[in-house]
Write a protein that binds this ligand. Structure first.
Ligand code: HEM
Ligand code: HEM
Length: 273
């Protein structure tokens, strides 16, 4: 099989996987309704409780990141499948601009997680023994095999794993992207691309590009599931996270600010940043 055939095979395989993901989510949402979770939340208004509202900085960074990722996914897919004519230069250049924007956003979010004076929240993302012990329970709850959702931290273990994976994927996406970047660097009369090709050869460049393309699908799939969950299981939290509508906070409620090591947020006022 030559490399071009593998490219097409990957397009077909990932499109099929994506259709399966959408079918799975359709099944999941039907069960959400059948099992009464939709009624309880959307009709009776019984949403998960939170004891603090999310602070501003992570919300703003997330929105900025989300916007950049959508543009990168859209322009990246155009580079692979030019679905309309004449946009090649523009879409490439847009990808090149947003790749820097997203890299800055990710570095900023990681810096904030460790170094913020008021809300260094890196521990919220760490997976400990207690989280792992709840993995079966969380999966059973989301698989409709049980009705109690284990609660030990702000994010459940699946959220922690996905958020950690998002970060690893971003680092690999940025590195592979920069290695295939066809930009003539000033002064050295060469581009990273020619440098990469000189070291790893044409097949090496193809493999790096393929990894970038596979991760692109990884992002599309994970973001679809992430969006589905945001707008089904906890809509008030999602609306608050996007600054659309403040959610109610319940003293001693589950969720934000409830993790053992989490900073103490005020139960009534929006959390300070
Ligand atoms: C994180 C920083 C990123 C960098 C540095 C980067 C860089 C690049 C570069 C240099 C190219 C080649 C463009 C060309 O042929 O001129 C490319 C292609 C592409 N990028 Fe990115 N990118 C990044 C993030 C993303 C993200 C987040 C996605 C998707 C969600 C994405 C999806 C794609 C796709 C689908 C292609 C086309 C691959 C192909 O040739 O088939 N990129 N990227
Ligand atoms: C496309 C639409 C998206 C929606 C509707 C959305 C929604 C949300 C919501 C509601 C939360 C808060 C969860 C909570 O506090 O319990 C969240 C957190 C998060 N999302 Fe998204 N998201 C989107 C895109 C993305 C993308 C593209 C990424 C990464 C590639 C991402 C990564 C994260 C991460 C890492 C968190 C953890 C909290 C934080 O960053 O402060 N999201 N998202």
């Amino acid at each position: 099989m030559d490399l071009m055939q593998i490219n097409v095979w990957l397009d077909v395989a990932f499109s099929a996987i994506y259709v399966c993901v959408l079918l799975f989510l359709t099944w999941h949402f039907s069960m959400f309704v059948i099992k009464g979770r939709f009624r309880k939340a959307f009709i009776e208004g019984k949403w998960p409780e939170h004891d603090a509202r999310p602070p501003a900085t992570p919300k703003v960074l997330h929105a900025f990141h989300m916007f950049s990722m959508i543009i990168l996914g859209f322009t990246g897919m155009y580079i692979r499948f030019p679905y309309f004519g004449g946009g090649r230069e523009f879409m490439r250049n847009t990808h090149y601009v947003f790749m820097f924007i997203v890299i800055v956003g990710v570095i900023w979010r990681v810096w904030y997680a460790f170094k913020s004076k008021t809300n260094a929240d890196y521990r919220e993302f760490a997976i400990g023994k207690k989280d792992i012990e709840t993995a079966g329970g969380v999966l059973k709850y989301y698989g409709y095999l049980s009705d109690d959702k284990p609660h030990v931290a702000k994010y459940n273990v699946m959220q922690k794993m996905s958020y950690g994976l998002f970060l690893v994927m971003m680092v690999v996406q940025a590195l592979t992207g920069l290695l295939i970047w066809r930009y003539q660097l000033p002064l050295i009369n060469a581009s990273l691309y020619t440098g990469t090709a000189a070291i790893v050869g044409a097949t090496g460049v193809w493999m790096i590009r393929m990894l970038h393309y596979v991760l692109n699908w990884g992002f599309i799939i994970m973001t679809t599931v992430h969006m589905y969950l945001a707008f089904s299981v906890d809509v008030p939290c999602a609306l608050d996270f996007f600054g659309i509508k403040e959610m109610d906070v319940v003293e001693g409620g589950h969720g934000h600010g409830h993790a053992e090591e989490a900073p103490v947020f005020s139960a009534v006022a929006p959390a300070a940043d």
